[in-house]
Design a protein around this ligand. Sequence first.
Ligand code: DAH
Length: 340
Amino acid sequence: MAGQIVEQQIEKIYQEALSQVQTSSQVDQVQSLMVQYLGRKGMVTQFLRNVSRLPAEQRPQAGKRANDVKKVLEEAFQKRLQEIEGSQIAEDTGIDVSLPGRATFRGSVHPITQITRRISDIFSRMGFDIAEGPEVELDHYNFECLNIPKNHPARDMQDTFYVSESIVLRTHTSPIQVRYMEKHAPPIHIIAPGKVYRCDSDITHTPMFHQVEGLVVGDGITFGDLKGILTAFVHQMFDTQTSLRFRPSFFPFTEPSAEVDILCVMCRGKGCRVCKQTGWLEVLGSGMVHPAVFENVGYDTSRYSGFAFGMGVERIAMLKFGIDDIRKYYENDIRFLKQF
Ligand code: DAH
């Protein structure tokens, strides 16, 4: 019975203090409430002091409750003081500083950048360095040094953006191979990510897109090394169930050349719309570096051999994220970009 009375006492003090603080509108009102309740002779303080006089079995409960009340009231007083100050400033300046701030919109890394970083990570861990080159490129590097003759279809005005007769927007990242070899002696193991440009636009082509080039040169580099590196890459990029298929192909700067398909990541080889019922998806071009390219950079072709490859980042991103229209990546629709 006595315990209940004690309890009622502290609850009463608590409720009164709360309702008084809510209705006070001046700083000095709140300050005097603080003295009245929490000051040296304040009601909560007094109560706490008297706890020691209570019967032993009531002390812990009453002490704890009084301490909680003290804490909550301290916070309530502080909060009210801030509110009053805020509304004072609002009155003076017309700005309500007590309003919560507007949440800032946080951006995210573009899916193409994410995939480029992932590709770079995988190759970096295998010991590759990262190289770069200019997007506005000399015809000399974009075509000539890569053994692409003047009459090659890739040079067609319909494919290439010409800046002048001898300057183009690079149509692939392969010129970086040549620029790098001019400055470095073997052994070389680089990848070169970057933007490339072609006059082309439909659901699988945009006039600007991204590639990652790869180049390895050294003593006794073989096609087996090419297969090993690309297999390790695909297994890390997708998974170890994703097998690879090398198909003979042609590129002027590699001999022999191969296009690489991976087992369709959607249907696992059964045949679907994405792989056009073939069960395979083409993901990159590759081959052994053509001796003519080595000669253009002054490498000893009797000593060195190497392989190169080039892949489209959008293509890998489309497969990885299951997006079938490449243009979505460039429409800047926040609802699309937010999902990655
Ligand atoms: N540059 C080629 C393209 O854009 C891709 C390519 C194929 C790059 C074979 C290479 C390679 O390095 O060896 O279509």
